[in-house]
Design a protein around this ligand. Structure first.
Ligand code: TXA
Ligand code: MG
Length: 329
């Protein structure tokens, strides 16, 4: 019922994908960051299906994916920083929150009723070709059930949502190169505000727009951003950060070659060379692999708080946040 397909240059497969999107179906979409659950942003049925599939609260808006800045400007108001940012970082792992145009046919639920829209142009040839052929923007949250670990391979999506008639295709675009969700910058406040750290760092942004908020402002920004949940990206078993020792029933997620604690039941290494970019690419893949009920917990070694390490630690912190206590249990 749910097919994993590699489109290559097959026109027939692209035609089938387009047809499914026209019917309001959802597809698993490869991007350079993580896989998305994509549907036509102008189709109410498709958007409602995405929220239902993910069990996503309706106050948490979705990102719209475009193939050109001109296309973005059909739906969003111009902003003085848009051209410089888009020329530097698009296509790529940067999402911008802009004021939406009143005339935009994008359904209000996409932006959870807000008058803003989060937009990006993904740097993945398959995603670009699908969006270009389809013609409408695609709304796509990361393709994981709400709060769970984001997917970086088609198999992760299949495991979570496969054999669902609303999801006829998971498009195989290989493993995601970046491995962490896009950096989000809100351009609708007085000053640009970094809402979610990612591969593109605050320092990268400051080179282009001098007045981006510092990381000190991020806590405030989180409170304003509707989807910045405390618990997110979480495996089914507990996760603890900054581990310098392990228990025999724990799985270890190591980093680098030095000071690796011994005695874990299983060890995977995010980057033996201590490379943070490689660690980001491997993070969700390895969390998925270690998320097995026969481990008591996942212990993660300390990750340097610099460059993309800031985004890795942000995801780990949310993954380590315990489930809220179940009332009456
Ligand atoms: O890399 C990515 O951004 C991936 C790929 C698939 O593009 N997508 C992704 O989507 O991470 P999602 O839904 O998992 O995360 C989107 C985040 C949420 O935290 C949401 O609250 C925020 O973007 N967001 C969306 N629209 C917004 C808006 N209008 N204002 C503020 N935050 C917004
Ligand atoms: Mg997500």
């Amino acid at each position: 019922m749910t097919e994993i397909i590699k489109p290559g240059s097959s026109l027939e497969i692209f035609a089938r994908i387009t047809h499914s999107l026209q019917e309001g179906k959802i597809i698993g979409l490869p991007t350079e960051t993580v896989y998305g659950l994509a549907g036509d942003a102008t189709n109410e049925h498709a958007i409602a299906t995405i929220f239902a599939l993910k069990n996503r609260p309706s106050f948490n808006p979705l990102i719209c994916h475009f193939c050109s800045v001109q296309h973005v400007l059909e739906h969003c108001e111009m902003h003085p920083d848009l051209m410089a940012l888009s020329q530097t970082f698009w296509p790529g792992p940067l999402t911008l929150v802009l004021k939406r145009k009143k005339t935009s046919p994008i359904v209000p639920l996409v932006s959870a009723g807000l008058d803003t829209l989060a937009v990006r142009i993904p740097d993945h040839p398959v995603a670009q070709e699908i969006i270009e052929r389809y013609g409408h923007p695609l709304a796509a949250p990361s393709a994981n059930p709400s709060e769970a670990i984001s997917p970086t391979s088609p198999q992760h999506i299949y495991k979570a949502f496969g054999e669902n008639p609303a999801l006829p295709f998971i498009v195989d675009g290989g493993s995601c190169q970046v491995g962490l969700e896009s950096t989000i910058v809100d351009l609708t406040q007085e000053r640009p505000v970094l809402l979610r750290p990612g591969q593109i760092t605050c320092e990268d942004l400051k080179k282009i727009i001098a007045d981006t908020c510092t990381t000190g402002d991020v806590e405030n920004a989180r409170i304003r951003a509707p989807g910045m949940m405390k618990r997110h990206y979480a495996p089914g078993i507990p996760l603890r950060m900054g581990a310098t020792s392990v228990q025999p029933d724990e799985a270890l997620l190591a980093f680098g070659q030095k000071d690796i604690p011994e005695g874990a039941r299983c060890t995977l290494n995010l980057s033996p060379a201590g490379n943070l970019v490689e660690a980001a690419t491997n993070l969700f893949k390895m969390l998925h692999a270690l998320d097995e009920p026969y481990y008591h917990a996942i212990a993660v070694m300390p990750i340097p708080q610099e460059g993309i390490g800031i985004a890795i630690n942000d995801r780990l912190r949310r993954a380590a946040t315990p489930c809220p206590a179940i009332k009456g249990a």
